[in-house]
Every structure is written in C-alpha cells, then in structure tokens.
Design a protein around this ligand. Sequence first.
Ligand code: DX5
Ligand code: ZN
Length: 215
Amino acid sequence: MKLVAPSILSANFNQLGDDIEMINRSEADYIHCDVMDGVFVPNISFGFPVIQAINRISEKPLDVHLMIVNPEKYIQEFCKAGAAILTVHYEACIHLHRTIQQIKDMGVMASVCLNPHTSVALLDDIIDELDMVLLMSVNPGFGGQKFIENTCRKTEMLKEMILRRNSKALIEVDGGVNFEVGRKLYQAGADVLVAGSFVFGAENPTETIAALKRL
Ligand code: DX5
Ligand code: ZN
C-alpha cells in the first residue's frame, strides 16, 4: 500500500483550519497528529483541545502519535477526542499488551512505535495484536530532521516478520521523509509515509502529497 499521512506539526498554527482544509481536499489518507509531553521527548506540542478541534473539521481519519510517558492513562480520552489510529511508544509502555487491548476495546486501530535504536525483533510477541507499527526514522521530538538510513533495513525486517506471521499490521515510517527517502521506504515494504516539513514546506503541498503516493 502507498498511503500518506501529512504531519500537522509542521503546519502553520495561525491558520490551522486552512491547512486541514488543504489536507481534506488532497489525496492524503490520514492526518498525523504528534502529541509530545516534554518528558518522553524534549519538546511539547499540543493535546486534547487541538485534536478535538482538528477532528471537528477533518474529513480524513486522525493518526495520533503519542510521544508521552504513561500513555495508558489517556487512551480513552484520545480515542474520544477522535483518534482513528492510536500509536504508543514501545519504550513508554511497561504493560504494552494491556495498553494495546485498551486501544482495541475503544474500537480504534492500535499501533506501536519504535525509536531508532529499538529492534523490530522486540515485536515478535505482540505483532499478531497490532494494526500498525510506526518506525521512527529520526529521534522523536522535532520536525525537519535528517532521515536515519538504518530505517530501510528495519522496514525490510519488519515486513518479513509481518508476512511470515500473516499479520495485518501496516508499516508506517515517520521522520525525514522526502521523495528520495519515500521511494526507498515503499520499496523496503512501508505502507504509510508520514511527512511534515516536506509537505508543509513545499510550494504546492497538495501536489507534494499526491506525488508521494505515486513514488
Ligand atoms: C517527530 C514527529 C514527526 C514529525 C515529522 O517526532 O513524530 O511526525 O512531524 O516531521 P518531518 O517529516 O519534518 O521529519
Ligand atoms: Zn509522528
């Protein structure tokens, strides 16, 4: 699959409504929303009121990426705020299996994110439960960083695990995506590309989204 999720972390927050409208009219498949708590990552972004506001006008499903400690405390609230996919970090969950069940019980797609240093092999005992795996291709916390090349190898290994186990999990990759990187990732087996600064920094964001789907 070749799906695209523009990350609104790089949108213009003075005119967020206009940027959501642009995504609505584009070929984007999801809207990627990055929630940061200043503890799990060295940055703070936005929370429930902003996600609720986006959800009121978005015609695309919300792909909510939680970069927070103790995500299990807020599962219900993020699902109610409008998440269609909810991603928690492997590194932030002590009882990952339980947290995944909590997300699924809300009728929301459950996804786990791995930091660049976290091995895909660690998903072996949870992959059957997952709707999506998000591979970080930068260290989480900021938009506009450089893609870490090792992610292509991780994507291939994860794809191999998913096929071998007959898992339904989609592979999403997040960080430093552009046309060159996107082409390599789709080839390696990625299904969903997150793109922030590449989309919102482009002269024509709508066309950039369409082009990312046709790599
Ligand atoms: C980084 C976030 C990303 C970010 C990607 O921690 O998880 O979703 O918005 O931004 P780019 O595409 O600019 O690397
Ligand atoms: Zn993200």
